[in-house]
Design a protein around this ligand. Structure first.
Ligand code: PTJ
Length: 248
């Protein structure tokens, strides 16, 4: 990229470049660029850093993932383009399986994303031969792997759409969402809502994993004491306080 690292918007410009390149190669859909724009707008409002409630949710997500019997990470085009290496690192540390699960599903895109994840170090990527459906969803959005998302007990869904989040919750799965929009249906439906930028969220969850693995009783306490509604309220309060400060 032609922009120096010292540029105040370097990280955002780099993310845009990754997504634009991936859109050109057909890995990311054009709608994915719009989704990133919405996410960036919220990130701006939060000060482009992990807030205390986001960190709390990231810790709770790590606890859920290490206590899970069948943990899964769902990957779409945007997630692969922005954070394939971070996804693989997190999956290995848990360990969890990875499944490509797309909103705008086409088989060439699934294959491209699976290939990228393998290049990033994943040994196994599910989702290329779906053999199950998420109940309550129409068309290809429902397709998933029986060994993967279908039978998972805990699913991390970064940048997910509301219908699918609600459908996964209806299947009685623990849904861990990463979504910078705290007002989205995904944010309101998930078991744990991480209102943070994708790469920061994945890095923070990964950092919490070793401590959670070391002390499963502590992980259970973290899960028991986490209240998503209360945590989302703390997110809204931060947003409100920040906007008020800007008013002064
Ligand atoms: O690759 P596909 O076909 O599965 O499609 C992926 C997209 C993202 C296009 C699709 O799932 C979609 O349209 O998602 P939505 O409904 O726009 O939701 C994405 C949510 O993620 C929005 O609420 C954004 O605010 C949020 N978001 C976008 N970029 C980031 C983000 N949250 C955290 N970090 C980001 N980088």
């Amino acid at each position: 990229m032609d922009v120096p690292k010292s540029h105040p918007r370097y990280r955002s410009l780099l993310a845009r470049k990754k997504l634009a390149d991936a859109a050109e190669s057909g890995l990311v859909v054009l709608q994915g660029l719009i989704a990133q724009g919405r996410g960036e707008a919220f990130d701006y409002l939060f000060g482009e850093k992990t807030t205390p409630p986001a960190m709390k949710a990231e810790r709770a997500a790590a606890a859920y993932l290490v206590l899970a019997g069948r943990p899964m990470i769902s990957v779409n085009g945007n997630v692969a383009a922005l954070a394939a290496i971070d996804v693989v690192k997190l999956a290995k540390s848990i360990p969890a399986r990875i499944e490509v699960n797309l909103f705008y599903r086409t088989e060439p895109r699934v294959r491209k994303i699976a290939k990228l994840l393998k290049l990033a170090g994943a040994e196994e990527v599910l989702g290329t031969s779906p053999d199950a459906r998420i109940p309550g969803l129409d068309s290809k959005r429902a397709l998933c792997s029986r060994q993967g998302i279908y039978s998972a007990d805990v699913v991390l869904v970064p940048l997910e759409d509301g219908d699918r989040t609600q459908a996964l919750v209806k299947m009685e799965k623990v849904v861990l969402a990463v979504d910078l929009n705290p007002l989205s249906r995904t944010s309101r439906a998930a078991t744990v809502t991480i209102v943070d930028e994708l790469s920061r969220a994945l890095a923070n969850i990964t950092k919490f994993i070793p401590a959670m693995k070391k002390d499963l009783a502590a992980a259970e306490r973290v899960v028991r004491s986490f209240d998503n509604t209360e945590n989302l309220r703390a997110v809204y309060k931060r947003l409100d306080a920040r906007l008020r400060r800007l008013h002064r």
